[in-house]
Design a protein around this ligand. Structure first.
Ligand code: MYA
Ligand code: JJ1
Length: 388
């Protein structure tokens, strides 16, 4: 059934729960000198390109490919519209490799028609901290679908990751492949219910009018928690300590140092927002919340072209109840004019979703590891990892 995935070192459905197969790496690493030195063959009309995402012209080509051909919902009403600034952030974390930002061009006219990326990340699986790749932005132009180009892209990114002596990867997808380590559900909190209904993102509930709906989702104009403020450069050490302690509770989670926290969590306009609670008494940092900005293009609507969505990232409460902290996150997102606040049911998110009027979405997100086997799938609440 999976002609490609059956050949790869990923856990296969038939092994689920088999207690005789150990947890851990599937294939052992080989010496880097034994890794294939030349790129995989592409169909004759195409050629490989390494994308320098810092180059404005290349960033624009990648942006254009993704904005027309990347992930859509099941009814093709919305398509992810990652901004150039977001892509530059997502693809250049500490220690990134330019060689892992891979494109495919048409030889004849150099048009970019496919893309895949990896970035390095330390990820802990139970007690094992492993330097992995996070693979994302796999995209094949709509006109070149179903020609088995995706397996070539995946093999090529794997080869280039192996060349850096890295043998495991983490990735997410909306489709089921062999074999998810966890399956999360998307939840959505309306901030601008009128627009969401107008564009078909949500529907008027039974026995609800527009004005009752607007009232239902109304939020205060300012955050309620004393000491709630934007994260700054000086907050990196205490935020790193909070995160390290918090993420240690999950079976799978990133292993962040201060450089990672600076890159992934220091606020960047229209890319990532982070807030924390500084105790007014002793100036201790006790709580943290963050969300990233990922708009979607609205396909076929004459009144609106983009949906501004915030996606919950990492949140930590030690003193402020998580529900109150996330309500403040909703308030600042509303102030910044987001239309909807999205979250997965991962980590402790289930404890606030219903109470804060999130509703379940129609999309699922499956998490995968490459060349690492877990005996059973994790519960969403055991997962401490958010990919972009
Ligand atoms: S997830 C986002 C993926 N992108 C999209 O959904 C955008 C819109 N769709 C497209 O651009 C195309 O439909 C894509 C497939 C490119 C997705 N992950 O070329 P094909 C398998 C993994 O004929 P196409 C993200 O970015 C499929 O099961 N495999 O198909 C994370 C089949 O194999 P098999 C996928 O539709 C990506 C084969 O490809 C996915 O033209 C992580 C068919 O190929 C998918 N999302 O193109 C990648 N979709 O026969 C894995 C289809 O076996 C990384 N397929 O079922 C693994 C780790 C690598 C590094 C390891 C380092 C150590
Ligand atoms: O956004 C998603 N669904 C929306 C829109 C559905 C439109 C019709 N298909 C949705 N809306 C309902 C919201 C409502 C608000 C008030 C309360 C009740 C709920 O459900 C979904 C997620 O739910 N998104 C997608 O389908 C996009 C793809 C998701 C898979 C992503 C794979 C990413 C790979 C990255 O590596």
């Amino acid at each position: 059934r999976h002609r490609f995935w059956e050949t790869q070192p990923v856990s296969q459905f038939k092994d689920l729960g088999d207690t005789f197969i150990p947890e851990g790496p599937i294939d052992p690493p080989t010496p880097v000198t034994e890794v294939k030195k030349v790129p995989y063959n592409l169909p004759a009309l195409y050629e490989w390109t390494t994308c320098d995402i810092q180059d404005d012209a290349t960033a624009a080509e990648v942006y254009n490919l993704l904005s027309s051909n990347y992930v859509e919902d099941d009814e093709n009403m919305f398509r992810f519209n990652y901004s150039k600034e977001f892509l530059c952030w997502a693809l250049r974390p500490p220690g990134y490799f330019k060689s892992w930002h891979i494109g495919v061009r048409v030889k004849a006219n150099k048009k970019l028609v496919a893309f895949i990326t990896g970035v390095p990340a330390k990820i802990r699986v139970r007690t094992d901290v492993i330097l992995m790749a996070e693979v994302n932005f796999l995209c094949v132009h709509k006109k070149l679908r179903s020609k088995r180009l995706a397996p070539v892209l995946i093999k090529e990114v794997t080869r280039r990751i192996h060349l850096e002596d890295i043998w495991q990867a983490a990735y997410t997808a909306g489709i089921v492949l062999p074999t998810p380590i966890a399956t999360c559900q998307y939840w959505h909190r309306s901030l601008n219910p009128k627009k969401l209904i107008d564009v078909g993102f949500s529907r008027l509930g039974p026995r609800m009018t527009m004005s009752r709906t607007i009232r239902l989702f109304k939020l205060p104009s300012l955050p309620a928690t004393p000491g709630f403020r934007k994260m700054e450069l000086r907050d990196i050490p205490p935020v790193t300590r909070l995160l390290k302690e918090y993420l240690s509770k999950f079976a799978v989670a990133p292993f962040f140092d201060e450089m990672d926290v600076e890159h992934w969590l220091l606020p960047r306009e229209d890319v990532v927002n982070s807030y924390l609670v500084e105790s007014p008494e002793n100036h201790e940092i006790t709580d943290f919340c963050s969300f990233y900005t990922l708009p979607s293009s609205i396909l076929n609507n004459s009144n609106h072209s983009t949906l501004k969505a915030a996606y919950s990232f990492y949140n930590i409460s030690t003193k402020t109840p998580l529900q109150q902290l996330m309500n403040d996150a909703l308030i600042v997102a509303k102030q910044k004019d987001y239309d909807v606040f999205n979250a997965l049911d991962a980590m402790e998110n289930e404890s606030f979703l219903k109470e804060l009027k999130f509703g379940p979405g129609d999309g699922m997100l499956h998490y995968y590891l490459y060349n690492y086997r877990l005996r059973y799938a994790l519960l969403p609440s055991e997962l401490g990892l958010v990919l972009l």
